[in-house]
Design a protein around this ligand. Structure first.
Ligand code: DX5
Ligand code: ZN
Length: 225
């Protein structure tokens, strides 16, 4: 299993974002997770496409843009222009989910849908062909540093079996990412429930040695396998 770690720069030091991105990539980050909040879909406000564009030349790994905005289509266009590699959004925030996914796919980018803790899995059913990634929220979106909601493990197992079934039929593998409260101490059981990509914000940027945290996470993943 090819596990990937996606540090969320939501918990980085904003006074030196470029340096933080470089440091966390040097420490072994596979993706840079970029949390976009609009104070409308979620009760918090972060950064937009201009910051993504500024970080694009700094990042040697794909930028994984998580849109917590409503509506989504204009921001999808803006982040395509800004050089995002993966763009995911919440189905509740789009009037026409299939159309929003097409916007991303037609630009040659990878597309993801994000399921909140209470969002049912069946929203995935008719759009699997357009998905490169499913992102399961293991906290309610809006803030870093919250605790992992244990029920996410059951949901992960359900989505894993849906995606495995789809892969058996089509040969196409869809990434299963988890976001919220992921730490070295719980990453193994999250992997065992079916996730392959792990967002971690406070667990990484809350420590001074990023290398040590990411190494600890990878060791836990090796033991989980
Ligand atoms: C929450 C964001 C997460 C957040 C995760 O709305 O989508 O990406 O940064 O932070 P931690 O890892 O601290 O829970
Ligand atoms: Zn996120």
């Amino acid at each position: 299993m090819n596990y990937r770690i996606a540090p969320s720069i939501l918990s980085a030091d904003f006074t030196r974002l470029g340096e933080e991105v470089r440091r966390v990539i040097d420490a072994g980050a596979d993706l840079i997770h970029f949390d976009v909040m609009d104070n409308h879909y979620v009760p918090n406000l972060t950064f937009g496409p201009m910051i993504c564009q500024a970080l694009r030349p700094v990042s040697t790994v794909p930028i994984d843009v998580h849109l917590m905005v409503e509506p989504v289509d204009d921001m999808i266009r803006a982040f395509i222009e800004a050089g995002a590699d993966i763009i995911s959004f919440h189905p509740e925030a789009s009037r026409h989910i299939d159309r929003s996914l097409q916007l991303i796919k037609n630009a040659g980018k990878q597309a993801g849908l994000v399921l909140n803790p209470a969002t049912p899995v069946h929203v995935l059913e008719h759009v699997l062909d357009k998905l490169d990634m499913v992102l399961l929220m293991s906290v309610n979106p809006g803030f870093g540093g919250q605790s992992f909601i244990p029920h996410t493990l059951d949901k992960l197992r359900r989505v894993r079996s849906l995606l495995d079934h789809y892969q058996a039929q089509t040969g196409r593998r869809i990434v299963l990412e988890v976001d919220g409260g992921v730490k070295a101490g719980n990453i193994a059981e999250i992997a065992q429930a079916g996730a392959d990509t792990f967002v971690a914000g406070s667990a990484i940027f809350g420590q001074s040695d990023y290398d040590a945290v990411i190494r600890e996470m990878r060791q836990a993943l090796v033991q989980a396998a």
